[in-house]
Design a protein around this ligand. Structure first.
Ligand code: SF4
Length: 497
């Protein structure tokens, strides 16, 4: 029998050579081993090699050294000055402006921590959406793919910046909330305006980053109503006019000031548009006028063709418009525009996921009855997006009959049991690490119970949405990654909301 012994040839703290001794002969292994991984106090929870292989096969550029490039290429500034790697991971905050400068955030410990997790194929530092899509085999919906093709700058500056700096908006859409609409915040939620920390100093700091950017994306609120975006567009025009400027608009705003500005900038435009029926559209997009938005869509379409920039339509797929989804494919094929379907999870009365099992059966039967032409690249893409959405709805359909019975979760102990069982059944997690994860979670739960009064635990329980697909992922994430003090601070925040 061959005997195998491995020797580590240390070389500082960076990659070292792994030597194998077999039958008294020594072989150099091609495996690069990272000492940091061996001795770091952080334990990682990598995706299984089988999942990694499958996911890598679906990537547009084929297998890549890193599972995701968002933390290496991109930074996303959201509300309250919070910066994250991408909008799918809002749990792991990289830093906060203006307490930290843009550069401090980009080079800071939290950003490096997320990079380390990703280098270890570990999506448990807040990347739960991507993890869920990868583990369910819904590879087209994995956000990571958007970053593969962006530039990885040698000087390590980001090549993508995304801005969601303000919630100023003129609409009060059915599926939206006050974080994204100033009107909803004031009228539906009766809350004071959001504090917006972004200022001229922020725009000044951006100047250092603009020369290295490929793309900048603007979200709202409604981006064409956000004053600071106009300042940023001016700086980009001055410093690096070749940057791709993408805007996600609700399509309602198109005045002569904007038309003039658009002639000087090459905007790439995505319009949110959720129904082809006036009454349904205006019920969803409250305050918008259907005919006006249809006219604007035609204007934006023609503009993007003339400027040779991207034009697309985004549809929030919801209970209200679920039977219109096939029509959207034909509508967008007619415009030669790709359509993107967003799955709405909240509020529950809008979400397809929350339909009854019978309604989901009807929806799936109906949507399965359509096929679409595939003669152009856009038609092919739209057919694929329809197919992916249908897969998602089919998944919800299969889960509808096995929904957790909310009435069975009466005590915090019931929830604890569910969380532990969830980690035990996590098929994406490497077996040997599970016990350590469970021990950490159990220890944190014990400490929490010792330090928090029972009534607070019950108050928390009242806030859980047991149908949330991320509930158990989120709960296990926080219990595993945070200290008890951090957990208590976070729980205080939740309970006070
Ligand atoms: S893995 Fe997904 S959630 Fe995490 S940073 Fe990458 S794109 Fe964002």
């Amino acid at each position: 029998m061959n005997q195998q012994v491995s020797y580590l040839m240390a070389n500082g703290s960076e990659p070292v050579l792994l030597l194998h001794k077999q039958d008294n002969r020594i072989f150099e292994s091609t495996v690069m081993f990272n000492l940091k991984k061996l001795f770091s106090r952080e334990t990682y929870n990598p995706l299984t090699p089988e999942l990694m292989r499958e996911y890598n096969q679906h990537r547009p550029l084929g297998p890549q050294p890193y599972l995701c490039y968002a933390p290496f290429k991109s930074i996303y500034f959201g509300h309250g000055g919070k910066a994250v790697a991408c909008c799918y991971n809002r749990n792991h905050v990289l830093g906060t402006y203006p307490q930290q400068s843009i550069k401090q955030i980009w080079l800071g410990d939290e950003a490096n921590k997320l990079r380390e997790y990703i280098k270890h194929n570990d999506l448990s530092l807040g990347c739960l959406g991507c993890k869920q899509h990868i583990t369910s085999g819904n590879f087209d919906a994995v956000k990571t793919l958007q970053y593969d093709e962006r530039t990885l700058n040698k000087n390590k500056y980001p090549s993508v910046m995304e801005f969601e700096l303000s919630n100023v908006c003129n609409l009060e859409c059915a599926m939206c909330n006050g974080n994204f609409s100033s009107l909803i915040r004031a009228k539906r939620e009766n809350l004071p305006p959001l504090e917006i920390p972004y200022n001229t100093a922020f725009v000044d700091q951006l100047e250092e980053f603009i020369p290295y950017l490929d793309e900048v994306k603007f979200y709202g609120g409604e981006p064409f109503l956000v004053d600071i975006y106009y300042d940023i567009w001016e700086r980009i025009l001055k410093i690096n006019p070749k940057v791709r400027i993408s805007v996600q608009t609700n399509g309602t705003t198109l005045n002569s000031r904007l038309k003039d500005l658009m002639e000087g900038i090459d905007f790439h435009i995505n319009v949110s548009f959720d129904s082809l029926k006036k009454e349904v559209y205006e019920e969803i997009r409250r305050n918008a006028v259907y005919e006006r938005v249809r006219e604007n869509i035609n204007y934006f379409r023609e503009y993007c063709s003339r400027k040779n920039t991207f034009f697309g339509i985004s549809v929030c797929a919801m209970q209200q418009n679920r039977m219109e989804l096939p029509e959207f494919i034909n509508f967008c094929n007619g415009l030669d525009a790709p359509v993107y379907f967003h799955t709405v999870l909240y509020p529950e009365h809008c979400s397809i996921r929350n339909l009854s099992a019978t309604e989901l059966d009807e929806t799936v039967d109906f949507l399965k009855g359509f096929s679409f032409p595939e003669n152009t690249p856009v038609q092919k893409k739209n057919g694929q997006h329809y197919h992916d959405l249908l897969n998602q709805i089919v998944q919800w359909q299969s889960k509808a009959t096995r929904r957790i019975d909310v009435s069975s979760i009466k005590t915090f102990a019931d929830l604890e049991q569910l969380i532990i069982a969830h980690v035990q059944n996590d098929k994406s997690s490497v077996e040997e690490l599970k016990q350590a994860r469970i021990e950490k979670i159990e220890a944190n739960l014990q400490n929490l119970k010792a330090r928090l009064p029972a009534e607070m635990l019950n108050q928390l329980l009242g806030r859980f949405d047991i149908n949330d697909p991320f509930l158990l992922d989120n709960a296990s994430f926080f219990l595993e990654k945070l200290s008890v003090d951090e957990l208590i601070a976070r729980y205080n925040e939740v309970v006070q909301k």
